[in-house]
Every structure is written in C-alpha cells, then in structure tokens.
Design a protein around this ligand. Structure first.
Ligand code: 4NP
Length: 150
C-alpha cells in the first residue's frame, strides 16, 4: 500500500501544484502517491498558473500537465497526510472532517520545518518573486517530508 499525500491550497493553481510537483520529485513513486487540490472551485479543470509552471521549470520540474480539482470530504478516506498551505485552507479542510481520525491527518505544510513562517503566502496577486519564495519554502518542507517517507 502506498502512502498517500495531498497538498491543499485555495485555488489549486499556484501553491499546491508546486508542492505536488516538488514532493513527487523527491519520493519513490512506487511507495508514495502525491496529489493536490483546492478548497475553492474557481479554477477546476485548469492547468496551474503560468507563474507556477515557470518557477517549477526553472528548477527542472514540469507541472504543466496537472489539472485543478476541488478538495472534498472523500479525500479523508483516500489520503494519509493532508497538508494545508495556510491557516485559512487548514480551517476549510477541517470543516469537512468527520471525526478525530480525519482531523489527525491535517497539518500545516510549514509545520514540517522550522524557519519562522507557519504559512505559505498566497502569491496569486503578486509578482514572480512571490512564486520564487513559495518554491523555496515548499521545497524545504517537502525535503523534510520526503526524508521521513522514503
Ligand atoms: P493558490 O492561489 O491558492 O495558491 O492556488 C490562488 C489562486 C487563485 C485565487 C486565489 C489564490 N483566486 O482567487 O482565484
């Protein structure tokens, strides 16, 4: 049985697609399944934001084939670990949890690392430097997760 990890943000076009691509690049795909979703449905079916695709490409990752989907309560059955990018995502995920077993699966991604910030900032309304910062912090957190899972 594979360990299943779900990365969640608001739109599933900026942060969580990067987190999905980065973690996938660090784990053994025969042992770990990684996916991503958004708590909102604005962009369902769309590819990631061009700026996320660009920063991933800069670091040698192709995330352009990903398709946006919305987080749903059935994801609690499917996944072992559910990582929220920020507190707002965290509380929206928790609203769909059905009991302590579900709730225990949900963590803030940056709780995996210790560098002061606890939330991955939403880069959607900013410039490309925001995406670069997101990439760097998500990369550090995914490194820590991958070490544990591999
Ligand atoms: P994400 O960023 O949650 O990192 O995918 C956002 C993407 C889209 C919107 C907000 C945040 N939006 O409002 O459409």
């Amino acid at each position: 049985m594979k360990t299943k990890v779900l990365m969640v943000c608001l739109g599933n076009i900026c942060r969580s697609p990067l987190a999905e691509g980065i973690l996938k690049s660090k784990v053994d795909s025969s042992k770990v399944f990684v996916d991503s979703a958004g708590t909102a449905g604005y962009h369902v079916g769309n590819p990631p934001d061009e700026r996320s695709i660009a920063v991933a490409r800069k670091y040698g990752l192709d995330i352009s084939m990903q398709k946006c989907r919305r987080f749903s309560a059935t994801d609690f059955q499917e996944f072992d670990y559910i990582y929220a990018m920020d507190r707002s995502n965290f509380s929206n995920i928790m609203k769909l949890a059905n009991g302590i077993q579900d709730e225990k699966k949900v963590k803030l991604l940056l709780d995996e690392v210790d560098f002061g910030l606890t939330e991955v900032p939403d880069p959607y309304y900013g410039g490309s430097d925001g995406f670069e910062k997101v990439y760097e912090m998500v990369d550090l957190a995914c490194e820590a997760i991958a070490k544990r899972l591999n």
